[in-house]
Design a binder for this molecule. Structure first.
Ligand SMILES: *Cc1c(COP(=O)(O)O)cnc(C)c1O
Length: 350
């Protein structure tokens, strides 16, 4: 008997997420994974590792609840926003029966997590404005348990209109959960929908320490929702999901000083983003889309060639599924200058 015959059919045909680490990189200018250029220092005393961790460390939950402006009963922590996506699907979607809905071009893990769980996935593309197609979504909610929206959206960079999400929440009441992925909201905190949690018990918000908090390697994220949703997710979570050192470091990142440091770095990255945007938008044939996160989506005359040329020069960008576009993460000022001059030189040869 071969392993192949044992494998679930859904997994046999699954294409894993093309993460930055899986795709590999070239050189040292890594602007492909929306990581932070800031490598901040944390301490861990190395003790207490003989004991299992607490499932939901109280100090960490309290700290994030305080940061997000919600009650501790509305917070779940796990291994990144990615695990939040998985837990939601596992808790709310019956394999072979229920459906999730998402709006490409968007983050790829909603679809991959659904497919891996044997849950079907309905695509309602964003409109050309990269806003949600509300009429199409509301017409296609049959069998849908979870609607995944991403705002600011990865890879387009725009925020979704608040009134559209409110309209969708009104429409889906008692029918489906609306999951808003706010992985990048720390770059534009005023745009968070967290205040809507009080009005809509079927709203779920995903957060992470991977982006603005500069802790992609820590694997720590949060799911914000009404306590009944949180309790449901805790039924399907692994018994010890938060390693002791992760909780210790995450608590430091969420201290008053940690948050102040994040906010300072966010404003530096916003300046770098404006600098990059300015420099590229004056180039012939180049369109820079407005970006609210730590990345910009940019349309080039020949994006595939440019991508390869930059790769050969040790600059790694991300090729999203949008034709002629590249996504550029916002690095340090020096990295921005480096990528700008490389692009300008290459554009002359395209
Ligand atoms: C990076 C990213 C995530 C994953 O976050 P982790 O906490 O690192 O798992 C989720 N959603 C979006 C939109 C992202 O860009």
């Amino acid at each position: 008997m071969s392993i192949e015959t044992l494998l679930r059919p859904a997994v046999k045909k699954l294409v894993p997420y093309q993460s930055a680490r899986r795709l590999g990189s070239s050189g040292t200018v890594l602007l492909n994974a929306n990581e932070s250029p800031f490598d901040n220092n944390y301490t861990f005393n190395g003790q207490g590792l003989n004991r299992y961790s607490t499932c939901q460390p109280d100090a960490l939950i309290q700290a994030y609840a305080h940061y997000a402006g919600v009650d501790a009963s509305q917070v779940l922590t796990c291994r990144g926003a990615d695990e939040g996506i998985e837990l939601l699907i596992r808790a709310f979607c019956e394999p072979g029966q229920d459906t999730i809905l998402h709006c490409p071009p968007t983050y790829g893990m909603y679809q991959i997590s659904a497919e891996a769980a044997g849950v079907s996935c309905r695509e309602i593309p964003l409109m050309s404005s990269w806003q949600v197609d509300l009429p199409a979504i509301t017409k296609n909610l049959g069998g849908v348990k979870l609607v995944f929206l991403c705002s600011p959206n990865n890879p387009t960079g725009n925020q979704l209109h608040r009134q559209d999400i409110v309209a969708l929440l009104e429409h889906t009441r008692g029918q489906a959960l609306v999951v808003v992925d706010e992985a990048y909201v720390d770059f534009c905190p005023k745009l968070s929908l967290v205040d809507l949690l009080a009005r809509y018990p079927h709203l779920v918000i995903l957060r992470t320490l991977s982006k603005a908090f500069a802790l992609a390697g820590l694997r720590c994220g949060f799911t914000l929702a009404n306590p009944e949703v949180i309790t449901s997710l805790l039924k399907v979570i692994a018994p010890y999901p938060v390693p002791v050192p992760v909780a210790a470091i995450a608590e430091q990142a969420l201290s008053t000083e940690g948050i102040a440091c994040m906010q300072k770095q966010v404003s530096v990255l916003a300046k770098n983003r404006d600098f990059l945007s300015q420099a590229l938008s004056v180039c012939e044939g180049v369109t820079v889309f407005e970006g609210k996160g730590n990345y910009l989506l940019v349309k080039f005359p020949n994006a595939d060639t440019l991508f390869r040329q930059l790769w050969d020069q040790g600059i790694t960008l991300r090729k999203p599924t949008i034709k002629d576009c590249l996504r550029i993460s916002i690095g340090s000022r020096a990295e921005c200058e480096h990528v700008i001059s490389a692009i300008i030189t290459r554009l002359a040869t395209l």
